[in-house]
Design a binder for this molecule. Structure first.
Ligand SMILES: [Zn+2]
Length: 131
């Protein structure tokens, strides 16, 4: 790769947006699970797509076997890169405990959850009658 090509590649890599999201999942049923309420699958695989300016893009594959051992295909990136992308995924996630009203509303809508009167986000104290 000559100097100008390398420069163009670096410029392209700088334009890659930041993202991390699950892009696929596959499960192999465990026929020996009996009546377990949540049977452990024989094998569970999850893909995590990621991108980062200056780094590029890729996909991690997580595989968990019947014993619960997790194996990770990192596309030859480092453990630090994997940790950074997992952190990115967590930072973008909406938690059931989020107190920001918009995120809380979004969580409830997506998860089909309705809050009780005791929820200070859905029923703020100043909105309570006779309060
Ligand atoms: Zn609520």
């Amino acid at each position: 790769m000559d100097g100008s090509t390398a420069k163009r590649v670096r410029e392209l890599l700088r334009q890659v947006p930041s993202y991390a999201y699950f892009c696929w999942a596959r499960q192999e049923a465990n026929d020996d699970a009996g009546l377990a309420p949540i049977p452990m699958p024989r094998k569970l695989s999850i893909g995590l797509a990621f991108g980062e300016p200056g780094f590029g893009f890729g996909e991690f594959t997580f595989v968990q076997d019947l014993e619960g051992q997790v194996y990770i295909d990192t596309e030859c990136t480092s453990r630090k890169t994997l940790q950074r992308m997992l952190s990115r995924l967590l930072e973008s996630a909406i938690f059931d405990t989020d107190q920001d009203p918009e995120r809380h509303r979004k969580y409830n809508a997506n998860r089909g959850r309705r809050c009780a009167r005791s929820c200070a986000v859905c029923f703020p104290p100043e909105a309570a009658p006779n309060g």
